[in-house]
Design a protein around this ligand. Structure first.
Ligand SMILES: COc1ccc(C(=O)Nc2ccccc2)cc1NC(=O)CCSc1ncnc(N)c1Br
Length: 270
């Protein structure tokens, strides 16, 4: 794609297709660049809404971060442009759609699929951490699927450079946040390792480990790392999840050990 620096895109460069879904702060459409016929996902962000939500600095930081990220399991941002009303993000189109819809439809993923996703996500996170980028919001809603049912991390709305402490109030679910974040303490890359543990549990079980019907109850269960294993959860899966969901960030399994863990090796053996 000719999205080189300096290309000044306008809406007229694209044929807009069907809506793809709800993205953060805006609608996303299938689109085709007229000259190259390249298929993309075009995200339309309303400037007034961004300003009202006070996230324009987050978006600016994200655009900056995304410009330097190139990884097969991270959704690409090819570029952006704006007009007087909106900001448009030119994104990689992910033909497999939203992972959480598949997870909801199926109830849970097979061990093999779960192992492949978590192993691929650990390589994408290692790549981000090598650039001192932490995601801080890894959850099924922010994951997409490529043409080969390969997982893509798709939304860096909360990414920052490590180490940091959260400034904005927590919105949405606490389910994926580690103890250090729910307690508002300083946190670093290890928050993403914790999230991979929550994700693996949710892929295998169909719901996140600390889910309850109230914020405060979830908060308590996260602080106590109060995991309840469903009957029949294999020991190697429990072992991997337990090594990721350590209260002390320094004790969490290093990301590079995930692809070599017995659970992953057993499930990806063909
Ligand atoms: C690199 O992907 C992003 C990068 C940035 C942002 C974003 O809005 N950041 C942001 C917005 C406001 C404030 C601060 C950050 C969002 C995405 N991604 C998305 O929104 C995913 C759009 S849905 C979709 N995309 C492709 N193929 C499909 N089949 C689908 Br469905």
């Amino acid at each position: 794609e000719a999205a080189k620096a300096g290309t000044r895109w306008t809406l007229q460069d694209f044929e807009i297709g069907k809506p793809l879904g709800r993205g953060k702060f805006g609608k996303v459409y299938l689109a085709r660049e007229r000259r190259t016929k390249y298929i993309v996902a075009l995200k339309v962000l309303s400037k007034s809404q961004l300003l009202k939500s006070g996230v324009e600095h987050q978006l600016r930081r994200e655009i900056e971060i995304q410009a330097h990220l190139r990884h097969r399991h991270i959704l690409r941002m090819y570029g952006y442009f704006y007009d007087n009303k909106n900001i448009y993000l030119i994104l990689e189109y992910s033909p497999g759609g939203e992972l959480y819809k598949k997870l909801t439809a199926r109830g849970q993923f097979s061990e093999r699929t779960s192992a492949r996703f978590i192993s691929d996500l650990s390589t994408a996170m290692r790549y981000c951490h090598s650039k001192h980028v932490i995601h801080r919001d890894i959850k099924p809603e922010n994951l997409l699927l490529g043409a080969k049912n390969d997982v893509k991390i798709a939304d860096f709305g909360w990414s920052v450079h490590a180490p940091t402490s959260r400034r904005n109030t927590l919105c949405g679910t606490l389910d994926y946040l580690p103890p250090e974040m729910v307690e508002g303490r300083e946190h670093d890359e290890q928050v993403d390792t914790w999230a991979l543990g929550v994700l693996l549990y949710e892929f295998l079980v169909g719901s996140p480990p600390f889910e309850t019907d109230s914020h405060s109850a979830t908060y308590r269960r996260i602080q106590r790392v109060d995991i309840r294993w469903p009957a029949g959860m294999p020991d190697d899966a429990k072992d991997l999840i337990s090594k990721l969901l350590k209260k002390d960030p320094r004790q969490r399994l290093p990301l590079e050990c995930i692809p070599k863990h017995p659970f992953v090796l057993r499930c990806l053996r063909d």
